[in-house]
Design a binder for this molecule. Structure first.
Ligand SMILES: [Zn+2]
Length: 450
């Protein structure tokens, strides 16, 4: 049976140049697909969502998050990246059981939906046993979020998995997971390989992991050029020397890429994921949003770790916006030159958080904009709230004023996951499970607040 939903009378920011922005418009959704976006749609048989006073945008896309860390939210507020490797990857991660991954992915995915994030790249380097990936994927399936599950390594010690690791991700288990859950590529969930890359692993491991991705025809996502930790590795240059730069590879952070490495990413068809709040707060370097645009790339935004930063895209848009403008202004002040005409704009921030992210997360052409024919991943922002109204510019309202409390309605693939400000899910169960995991993990690690 066909179901039709009419989202009526909203202020539409489509992020599709062909559709444009509509001061007042209707969106017709048929089953999982956007059928029409026009000023006025008359249909008799549709369920109507009144979008009066709402700004309607495509769902946000988080192009990299370690969702397994939801149970240890806020455990490392003051951490640098170096601290994080010790406090999280060498302390909490080895203790993770499958049920902790399940609880975190359940709570973390609901956190995403609540914040208007309809698509997530789950960078899951917590596969301490073969039961861990199954647990992660089960939670993603249950919440109904759209996600690219990125299968990562185990994380049972820094010495084994991050310091010139000799241990490759197990090809047979990656294949098992692909065959069990991802034999079709048109569902809500797809798959990638979350690799550690040169410096963190020995060359033979790099080659082996890139070969797994090639054999299974899945994309690779990898952290590169983070400040003092990985800036020295020259990871993209090394991958180029090894002949491993491939189209569709996501390079996360990229704060200290050399000029020639930027060109290598661009020429090889690579993608960029900027985690602006983490990068400024934890010492990775300046978030390279403007730089990526200048190289002809379309950068995306990501959360990374809720151990240390908030899990919503409003924070990321504002962190990227503020950081780039701060850096450019400071450089110009120091050099005693005027600020350049080209400065990042609010619309670019929304682009990074939506349409650019769709490509990076592997859902290009299926989400990221309110375009007829695309999947109905739609978010309504309450523009009547006192922190948003009055609206003069809907893009400014979303990027510079709104927050998670204003996310009124969230639809993923035509299914409503949040309505009138409330998640349509068992939030209490997810929170209880996450709290139980927290209790276990705190006891197992002897965690003491700093
Ligand atoms: Zn990360």
């Amino acid at each position: 049976m066909t179901t039709r939903t009419l989202i009526r009378g909203g202020q539409i920011v489509s992020m599709d140049p062909g559709v444009g922005d509509l001061p007042r418009g209707d969106i017709l959704v048929t089953d999982d697909t956007i059928e029409a976006v026009t000023p006025n749609i008359d249909v008799a048989d549709a369920e109507v969502i009144d979008a009066t006073g709402r700004i309607v945008i495509p769902g946000f896309i988080d192009s990299h998050r370690h969702t397994w860390e939801a149970a240890i939210r806020g455990s490392a507020p003051n951490a640098t990246l170096d601290d994080y490797f010790v406090e999280i990857l060498d302390t909490f991660a080895p203790k993770y059981r499958p049920e902790d991954v399940y609880a975190s992915n359940l709570a973390g995915s609901l956190e995403c939906l609540n914040a208007g994030i309809t698509t997530l790249v789950d960078w899951s380097h917590i596969n301490n046993t073969p039961e861990h990936p199954d647990a992660a994927i089960r939670a993603l399936q249950e919440t109904g979020i759209r996600a690219q599950y990125a299968y990562g390594s185990a994380n049972t010690s820094l010495a084994d998995y991050w310091n010139e690791s000799k241990i490759a991700i197990p090809a047979d288990d990656v294949r098992r997971i692909r065959d069990s859950y991802f034999s079709s590529t048109d569902g809500l969930l797809t798959m990638a390989l979350a690799t550690r890359g040169p410096g963190f692993t020995l060359p033979d491991v790099v080659r082996a992991e890139w070969q797994i991705a090639a054999d299974l025809d899945i994309p690779i996502t990898v952290h590169v050029a983070m400040g003092r930790l990985a800036g020295r590795f020259g990871m993209v240059k090394t991958l180029s020397d090894m002949g491993l730069l491939r189209p569709g590879t996501t390079y996360i952070h990229s704060c200290y890429l050399h000029d020639d490495e930027w060109r290598m990413v661009a020429h090889s068809g690579g993608y960029i994921s900027v985690a602006a709040q983490v990068e400024t707060q934890m010492g990775h370097g300046w978030p390279p949003a403007v730089r990526a645009y200048a190289e002809g790339l379309a950068p995306s935004l990501s959360i990374d770790v809720v151990t240390t930063v908030p899990g919503d895209m409003f924070t990321q848009m504002r962190a990227a916006f503020g950081a780039d403008r701060a850096r450019i202004n400071a450089d110009c002040w120091q050099a005693d030159t005027p600020v350049p005409e080209y400065m990042p704009t609010a619309r670019q921030m929304l682009e990074m958080a939506t349409i650019n992210g769709a490509r990076v997360a592997g859902f290009d052409g299926r989400t990221g904009s309110l375009t007829p024919g695309k999947q109905a991943d739609i978010v309504l922002i309450d523009a009547t709230a006192i922190n948003v109204a009055p609206v003069l510019d809907p893009v400014a309202a979303v990027v510079c004023s709104a927050d998670v409390s204003n996310v009124d309605t969230v639809m993923v693939g035509g299914v409503i996951r949040k309505r009138d400000g409330h998640l349509l899910a068992d939030v209490g169960r997810a929170r209880n499970l996450a709290e139980s995991s927290r209790d276990y993990l705190v006891a197992a690690t002897g965690f003491a607040k700093k």
